[in-house]
Design a protein around this ligand. Structure first.
Ligand code: HEC
Length: 113
C-alpha cells in the first residue's frame, strides 16, 4: 500500500523534474556555459540572489551592467567575458521565464460550483 502511494505521489513530478535545469547549490545559478563567469564577476558586491531573482532580455542585462559600471563601480568586463555573461543571462534568466510551475491539469483543480 505504501509503495503504491509513493508512486502516485511522486509520479506527477517526474516530467517536471526532467525539465528543471541543474542549479549550483552554492551560487544558486543554473549550471550552463558561462555560469562560472557570472559567479566570478557578479558576486563580489551583492548576493547572486539579486541576479537569480531578476529576469530580462539581453538589452535589459546589458543596461544593468552599464548602470552598475557607471554608478556602482562595477569594473570593465573584457568583451569576450561580457558576451558570455550576456549570452548566459539572456538565455537562462530571460523575461518570459520566471520559473513558474506549469498550470495544474484540470483533474487536479477543484470542481467549480
Ligand atoms: C562593483 C560592485 C558590483 C558588481 C561586481 C556587480 N554589481 Fe550588481 N549591483 C551593484 C549594486 C551596488 C547594486 C544595487 C544594490 C541595491 O540596490 O541594493 C546592484 C544591483 C544589481 C541588480 C538588481 C537591479 C534591480 O533592478 O534591483 C542586479 C540584477 C545585478 N546587480 C546584477 C549584477 C550582475 C549580473 C553582475 C555581474 C555582471 C553584477 N550585478 C555585478 C553592484 C555590483
Amino acid at each position: 500500500m505504501r509503495a503504491v502511494l509513493i508512486v502516485f505521489v511522486l509520479l506527477p513530478w517526474v516530467p517536471l523534474k526532467a525539465e528543471t535545469p541543474k542549479v549550483d547549490p552554492t551560487s544558486g545559478l543554473v549550471v550552463a556555459p558561462g555560469w562560472q563567469m557570472v559567479q566570478a564577476h557578479c558576486s563580489a558586491c551583492h548576493s547572486l540572489k539579486l541576479v537569480t531573482t531578476q529576469r530580462g532580455d539581453r538589452e535589459y542585462w546589458l543596461g544593468l551592467i552599464r548602470w552598475m559600471q557607471k554608478t556602482q563601480n562595477l569594473w570593465e568586463l573584457p568583451p569576450a567575458v561580457e558576451t558570455q555573461v550576456l549570452d548566459y543571462l539572456s538565455k537562462h534568466y530571460r523575461e518570459d521565464d520566471w520559473g513558474r510551475r506549469p498550470p495544474l491539469p484540470a483533474r487536479l483543480l477543484p470542481d467549480t460550483p
